[in-house]
Ligand binder design. Structure first.
Ligand code: PHE
Length: 367
């Protein structure tokens, strides 16, 4: 039958003529789809006599196969051409320098910790550390904060669940109860128990309290200072804090005010205020126009010294504790503490430091 041959060459030409995959799909539907021309021809087989079907069947099936194959071949050719076009146009020049540069930056808290270590190293202080998971005894009891002391309630402590369910009865059992340290002061205990005096250390690190608003986050950073030696008095404390804060804020006009206060582990205790003034709506440290509270300090309580196995008649000292995040906010002008720990890359790009901005006293601790 001549018309099948004709149909065949017509469809093969149409398939070959399809310029892209969408056009090819249209031809496939027109030939082989439910309403397609070739499908229509196949349907006529049912109405033929057996002899006719024997003669026509192979030819019609042959037509369908030829068209199917032609479509597959055309599809491969079109896909290959598309791939070659993309390979030719989407070129990656590996010899080009990347335009991104380093993406990371040093977090202001890390930067300030390095600045503090630099300043205190110059004053002869070593850096001490302690674990963030601390025991009740070092976080409280040894610091003269007994079981029933109201200061415990003020610390909003995160305690770990006890391994044993029955509540501890004796003080000894309670001493092993674990918690997230609420301040860096347990490092005082660790250092006094591990080292022979004289001791001069700072201990920067993470601390935890169940508290959250614009100026409090459940995790925050403190720096502890501890000096234990013979003949230490409040004058040493005041000089050390003044020298430290002048170096940190890079201003000679820093004025401190020591206010009587209370901490169970220091006696006497002093809250330290620093003078500031307003410049263009921003707080600038220096002078004594207005005062803001900056840190807690005092002479180490004789009981604490004795708890660590030292003789308080021989050894005295001072200690202080200060929020590092606060120090960073004051120096670098951030106003919301929560943004410190959101991990927002835009904030880090704005406030972060380049990896090579290592603070040095000669180069400036402000980097
Ligand atoms: N640990 C105290 C606090 O977190 C601060 C402090 C440290 C006070 C050392 C005095 C001496 O509030």
């Amino acid at each position: 039958m001549a018309d099948i041959d004709e149909m065949k060459s017509e469809w093969l030409a149409r398939v070959d003529g399809a310029g892209d995959l969408a056009a090819l799909e249209q031809e496939r539907v027109a030939a082989l789809g439910k309403q397609g021309a070739v499908t229509g021809l196949l349907k006529t087989l049912g109405g033929m006599s057996p002899e006719q079907r024997q003669a026509e069947g192979p030819r019609i099936h042959g037509l369908r196969e030829a068209v199917t194959e032609a479509i597959a071949a055309r599809k491969r050719a079109l896909e290959q051409a598309e791939l070659e076009r993309r390979l030719a146009t989407e070129r990656l020049d590996l010899s080009l320098p990347t335009d991104a540069g380093p993406r990371g930056s040093v977090h202001p808290v890390s930067q300030v910790m390095d600045e503090l270590a630099e300043i205190f190293a110059d004053l002869g202080f070593a850096v001490a550390t302690g674990p963030e998971i601390e025991d009740d005894w070092r976080n409280f009891t040894a610091l003269n904060i007994p079981e029933t002391h109201p200061a415990r309630a003020m610390h909003d402590t995160f305690y770990f669940a006890q391994a044993e369910t029955p509540p501890p009865t004796s003080g000894r059992e309670r001493a092993t109860r674990m918690l997230l340290r609420t301040h860096t002061s347990p490092v005082q205990i660790r250092t006094m128990m591990d080292q022979e005096p004289p001791i001069r250390i700072i201990a920067p690190g993470r601390t935890y309290r169940s508290d959250s608003d614009a100026t409090h986050t459940p995790m925050f950073h403190q720096i502890e200072g501890l000096v234990i030696d013979r003949g230490i008095h409040l004058g040493h404390l005041k000089w050390t804090l003044e020298t430290f804060l002048k170096a940190y804020f890079e201003r000679d006009d820093i004025v401190l005010r020591l206010r009587p206060s209370y901490f169970p582990f220091t006696e006497p205790s002093a809250e330290v205020d620093v003078g500031y003034h307003m410049e263009k709506g921003r707080r600038v440290l220096g002078g004594s126009e207005k005062w803001m509270e900056l840190l807690g300090s005092g002479m180490v309580h004789p009981k604490v010294i004795a708890n660590c196995g030292l003789d308080p008649d021989e050894w005295q000292g001072f200690a202080f504790g200060c929020g590092i995040d606060r120090l960073a906010m004051l120096k670098y002008g951030m106003d919301d503490l929560r943004a410190f720990f959101d991990g927002d890359i835009r904030w880090l790009r704005h406030y972060g430091f380049a990896a090579l901005d290592v603070p040095t006293l000669s180069g400036g601790v402000g980097a």
